[in-house]
Write a protein that binds this ligand. Structure first.
Ligand SMILES: Cc1ncc(COP(=O)(O)O)c(C=O)c1O
Length: 393
């Protein structure tokens, strides 16, 4: 018999409350590869508009084959952290490709961008330092900042006057680290990078940008926010993920100067105390970067898909938040309403997650539509028809 502890009973009551409020997050199980259309819980041909699969590479034959070849070449994994005996040649190849992609001197991979963000910020900053962060930064950046002993300051989302005020206040610190997303994951907005770069230069601050939703999504060639603004090589530290446009498996990285990367190998705790990125994932991501570099037409198509979705949704009377990224959020308001609308869309065969508190602020629950370069015109029409049907109801 299963023993119910007092903690289980407490948690069950809390979970029931979430269910009652309509804010419980139910997992949807997919039984086919991630693609624009998947098999979900016994239903085929469910259109996915909620994946970070911006370039449609998660199910690309070459990306899959590269992973299989790496499995043959390297086995299941390193059975070690990087500095002990967990560095395979494929890690070095991938890191060289990432440094090339972001035009930085060097790169280091982690098993996730969560680990990269929480692994670098406390490694580079301490009691004598100041971190200045955008209020809407991703949770992994927020946690990374919290893990540091540095003094923390927050500026209102994209408010450059406030950033300047904080930079003035921070003068005298040993190091000042400004931390921002490139593309903000829940808003789809793009950071005002030219102003941020110039303020950081003026006040001697180091700039770290998380570009998980920028890479493979914006910039003419998909090199992300720095490319979008013509500022490649101007951001000191770029963190990114291999779990979105670059293959979609998992994995994260930091691109920065050689001294920063060398120091992370010495002291970044997830590097020292956690296993290396699996070789299969490294190989798939390396192939994804090659495809990104060789097939700029995927970016052209992605921009076209975003345009069609934005125009179609606006014509139907929805008001997506403004933006130029591949993220198209529609604010619904209450969490329960966003989840209910997501369920109604699923009845129509369209999967779009409803996001509510605590992922976004209370009262700002939303549907977050994410474009994919391999969505066909017919699939886009089908999605818009579903939105029209749900609106009518
Ligand atoms: C902006 C941003 N940073 C970091 C992460 C974490 O990435 P990973 O899944 O590689 O840990 C995410 C994932 O949702 C993200 O959206």
């Amino acid at each position: 018999m299963i023993h119910i502890t007092p903690l289980d009973a407490q948690l069950s009551a809390e979970l029931d409350a979430l269910k009652q409020a309509g804010t419980y997050k139910a997992l949807r199980t997919i039984s086919s590869p991630m693609d624009t259309s998947v098999s979900m819980e016994g239903r085929d041909n469910i259109l996915i508009l909620s994946a970070n699969n911006y370039l449609g590479l998660a199910n690309h034959p070459q990306v899959i084959q590269a992973g299989k070849d790496a499995l043959d070449a390297y086995g299941a994994g390193t059975a070690s952290v990087r500095f002990i005996c967990g560095t395979f040649t494929i890690h070095a190849q991938l890191e060289a490709a990432l440094a090339g992609l972001h035009r930085t001197g060097a790169a280091i991979t982690y098993p996730s961008c969560w680990q990269a963000n929480t692994g670098i910020i406390p490694a580079l900053t301490g009691e004598q330092d100041v971190i200045i962060a955008d209020a809407l930064n991703h949770a992994s950046l927020i946690d990374g900042c919290r893990m540091s002993k540095a003094r923390r300051m927050i500026y209102k989302h994209a408010d450059m006057d406030e950033l300047k005020t904080k930079l003035i206040e921070a003068q005298g610190a040993r190091r000042i680290l400004v931390v921002t997303d490139g593309v903000f994951s829940m808003e789809g907005s793009i950071a005002p990078l030219p102003e941020i770069v110039s303020l950081c230069k003026e006040f001697g601050a180091t700039l770290m940008m998380d570009d998980c939703h920028g890479v493979g999504a914006i910039g003419e060639y998909g090199r992300g926010t720095a490319e979008y603004f013509g500022l490649e090589g101007e951001v000191d530290i770029i963190s990114g993920t291999l779990g979105k446009a670059l293959g979609g498996a998992a994995g994260g990285y930091i691109c920065a100067s050689q001294p920063i990367i060398d120091m992370l190998h010495q002291i970044s705790r997830p590097q020292l105390f956690s296993n290396a990125l699996p070789a299969t994932v490294a190989a798939s991501s390396l192939k994804a970067i090659e495809i990104l570099n060789n097939e700029p037409q995927r970016l052209v198509r992605l921009r076209e898909v975003v345009r069609q979705l934005r125009e179609g949704l606006t014509a139907l009377g929805f008001n997506p938040l403004e933006g130029n990224s591949a993220i198209i959020p529609i604010i619904i308001g209450e969490t329960a309403d966003a989840i209910a609308m997501s369920k109604k869309l699923l009845e129509q065969g369209i999967f779009i997650t409803g996001f509510g508190f605590p992922v976004v602020p209370e009262g700002a629950a939303r549907l977050r539509i994410q474009a994919c370069a391999t969505l066909t015109d017919a699939q886009i029409d089908r999605a818009l028809d579903a939105f029209a049907a749900v609106k009518k109801k």
